[in-house]
Ligand binder design. Sequence first.
Ligand SMILES: [Zn+2]
Length: 512
Amino acid sequence: MNSPNNRIRIFDTSLRDGEQSPGFTMSGAQKIAFAHALAELGVDVIEAGFPNSSPADYSAVQTIARDVRGASIAALARCHEGDIEACARALERAESPRIHVFISSSPLHRQYKLNMSREQVIEHAIMGVTLARKHVDDVEFSAEDAFRTERDFLVELFNAAVATGATTLNVPDTVGYATPDEIRELFRYLRANVQGADGVVFSAHCHNDLGLAVANSLAAIEGGARQVECTINGIGERAGNAALEELVMALKVRQGWYGVDTGITTPKLLDTSRLLSRITGIQVQRNKAIVGLNAFAHESGIHQHGMLKNRDTYEIMHPQDVGWPASQLVLGRHSGRAAVADRLRALGHVLDDAQLDLVIAQAKALTHTQHVVSDADLLRLVAGDHGDTGWRIASMSLIDEGQHTRAHVELSDPDGHRVKQDASGDGPIAALFAALAKAAGVDFELESYEVHSMGIGRDARGEANLSARIGGETFSGQGTSRDVLEASAIAWLEVANRLLRSYAMQRVPAFA
Ligand SMILES: [Zn+2]
């Protein structure tokens, strides 16, 4: 057995395994935007979807294959002719297309899912790989639930796949049951026993049911895997897949131990993670490794003292390595010009004096309705999304009426229009959103609504993130304030304003 090379292929399945899990559904346009971000991040393979599962998935895969360059585009198929033909058609215009065929291999799946014998499973695998190879040179074969499959049968199945032209063999721990030692040993066994092992790439696909997905993927690499399947933020079925950002940084920070490289541009990790959160409306937990808000925060006095003398005392990597600015600063009403300029520079924007004046004026205007101006607010201002084309909150109040709460809101727009409305609801949030809907003249059902507290004591702020799905598109809003109700109202209005702007844009052709 030759030793495999040292380049690990990063196969991202956020758009397939991730997207198919509850709460992470994306529209076609969002999938395409995210696929572009993955290509820029430097992933080797983007699994864009399962074309035969729905016309929408088919068309998303087709557009990604046509437009996204710099990564292989993979599409998933069962060992069925219809699935494989759909992949081939959807991938027609891809720069480097890959068809990923799979069939269940474990005794449990053979009996209860497929009702097939070992021989029948092998026959289907041979049919699937052969047909896929008629269309593309790059064929990945997955034995679903491989980890719980008898070893002799797994070798037999992989032998058949290699003999018929599979170029990547994927070994999923579909149910997240394995431990690192077992996975390492399984990969060593397969590399030693599958015929033609040296000519194919072995791939790990680990689920996180026991919180071991990243550890198991790293162990698979030690065992000889040279492709790992993962997702941004670890999204995926049930407890998710291995988190790409954690896996990649473990390989990078511990390069001396693993001795392998990836093609990932790690300073883009944070932006990619945040793009996914914005698209799905689901934030990562604060203490999430690499991309959580606390990942590089040093609060305790003892830690800060050490950090000031030498960052290595408590830091194994630099925040900038994964895309964080060197430090986080909360801009309040009294922050000066230099602080804003510094903060913008840290976020990657160097502005001339006139531009800086404009952003500062807009940021100051924001502080009338919110306590602090966050990085997200600043980035929005720089991008020219001033929020000054829609409604803003002039005032709001809530009255507890026993069984109900009554909310009074007053909105203003840049032309000086003001509108007052009130509404009652079962609780403060219901009352507030109902009053806002009456005042803004637009209503929608929320798809997600989350409130986070940031900081403690006098500096505590609430951050609200919400999203609504209207006409197949997701509109997200974010608000920050000392008061979580106000943060929620700001976030709600941001969605309303975006929706109103999109209506206005849609109306234009009617006048032309
Ligand atoms: Zn999976």
